[in-house]
Design a protein around this ligand. Structure first.
Ligand code: TYD
Length: 132
C-alpha cells in the first residue's frame, strides 16, 4: 500500500502548538500546490479517484474524516482526526473521503500543479491500470 501516516513534529510551548511543513524535509516531495477542503457535509463523499503520478499529504487541520485507501488488491481505512498527523498518499492509490465531521477542514499538499488528465476517475480503469 503506497500510503503512510506521518507523525508531524510539534513545536509547542505554553502559547499553543505549531507545525511546520517543508518540501523535501518532513514532506517527502517538492510542494508545488496547496489546497484545502472546507464547509464539508457529513453525508457527502469526496475523492473517488487515483493519480497516475501525483503524491500528496492530507492533514485534518480541524475536525475528522475517514479515508479509504485502495491499491487495487486490498482496502484499508484510516481516520484523520488530528492536525498532528499527515497522511502521505503516493501514486496509483484509489482514495475516498467520507464521514466528514461538521466543519472539517482538510489541507492537502501536492507534488505537482493541478492536471485533470493525470486523474483516474473510473474504478474499473484503475483496476486495469494497477493489476494489468
Ligand atoms: P475534486 O477533484 O472533485 O475534489 P476531491 O477529489 O478532493 O473531492 O475537485 C473539485 C473541483 O475543484 C473540480 O472542479 C476540480 C477543481 N480543482 C481545481 O481546480 N484545482 C485543484 O487543485 C483541485 C484539487 C480541484
Amino acid at each position: 500500500m503506497n500510503y503512510k501516516l506521518i507523525n508531524l513534529d510539534i513545536k509547542g510551548d505554553r502559547r499553543g502548538k505549531l507545525i511546520s511543513l517543508e518540501g523535501n524535509q518532513n514532506v517527502p516531495f517538492d510542494i508545488k500546490r496547496v489546497y484545502y477542503i472546507f464547509d464539508t457535509l457529513p453525508d457527502e463523499e469526496r475523492g473517488k479517484h487515483a493519480h497516475k503520478n501525483l503524491e500528496q499529504i492530507i492533514i485534518a487541520i480541524d475536525g475528522a474524516c475517514q479515508m479509504v485507501l485502495d491499491d487495487g488488491k486490498k482496502q484499508e481505512k484510516v481516520w484523520l482526526n488530528t492536525p498532528e498527523k499527515g497522511l502521505y498518499i503516493g501514486k496509483n492509490m484509489w482514495r475516498e473521503m467520507r464521514h466528514f465531521s461538521y466543519g472539517c477542514k482538510l489541507m492537502v499538499l501536492a507534488s505537482d500543479h493541478y492536471n485533470p488528465e493525470e486523474y483516474i476517475r473510473d474504478y474499473d480503469e484503475f483496476l486495469k491500470e494497477v493489476n494489468g
